[in-house]
Design a binder for this molecule. Structure first.
Ligand SMILES: [Zn+2]
Length: 240
């Protein structure tokens, strides 16, 4: 004997938001906080590959960009990093690798407090210092706005800029490998694979609204002070 519960109405939303099955699953899993808001949609549109010159023959894929659009109160709970990313296991997990010159962490691109999963696609190797700064300057602001019921576009971009002239910033695919090569050569006391850690992260967000046909851009979210920050191991190394 099956019991059927009435399905909640899906708000009129863009493709992917009208998926009754996805909505029903989210509803039954308790992911819907506000029935008038759409489901959070997360994507990782840009990827880069890097081969660390200090460990020949290996190649690693990183997300270069995270886009949460829309980012709302509705969505699965986030999770802490699962520790399974190949770059983490091989090079950055200082606890198991037995050295801790730099305190690396698996930094979320979309924070676990706003639906960010702790899987490789949503993680990059950053220092604990950068992670804390990002929590304070970006993620806490984003979470507060989402909790208020705002619907956001939120984007985080990862930069690998060592070895590239600033004029080549648009060539982010080639730039990632140049970065690894340059860091491997020039980063003092560098441990195997650390040359793949990014130079910096940047973030931006604005409010969006559904006009019946498409998302339209609203007011930008103003972050006090910081909208991007360097990965401190590198700034420290270069300043020594
Ligand atoms: Zn290296």
């Amino acid at each position: 004997m099956a019991f059927f519960q009435a399905l909640p109405q899906v708000p009129a939303m863009p493709p992917g938001q009208n998926d009754q099955n996805a909505w029903n699953m989210a509803f039954q899993n308790g992911w819907i906080v506000d029935k008038n808001q759409p489901l959070t949609h997360l994507s990782f549109p840009d990827k880069v590959q890097m081969s660390p010159p200090c460990d020949k023959g290996k190649a690693f894929t990183f997300s270069r960009r995270m886009v949460a659009c829309p980012l709302t109160r509705n969505g699965p709970p986030g999770s802490v990093p699962d520790g399974k990313a190949d770059w983490w296991v091989n090079y950055f997990n200082v606890n198991t690798l037995g050295y801790a010159k730099r305190a690396w962490v698996q930094g979320h691109l979309l924070n676990h407090n706003v639906h960010g999963p702790g899987v490789a696609e949503n993680l990059v190797p950053i220092t604990d210092a950068l992670n804390r700064i990002m929590e304070k300057w970006a993620e806490s602001v984003i979470k507060a706005e989402v909790d208020k019921g705002r619907i956001l576009f939120y984007e985080v971009t990862v930069h690998w800029l060592a070895g590239s002239p600033s004029s080549a910033i648009h060539d982010w695919i080639g730039g990632a490998q140049r970065h690894a090569n340059d860091m491997c050569k020039n980063l003092d006391g560098h441990k195997t694979g650390e040359c793949m850690a990014p130079t910096s992260l940047s973030w931006s967000a604005f409010e969006i609204a559904w006009d019946g046909k498409q998302w339209v851009k609203g007011l930008p979210l103003v972050f006090r002070g910081l909208q991007g920050i360097e990965n401190f191991s590198y700034s420290n190394s270069f300043n020594q």
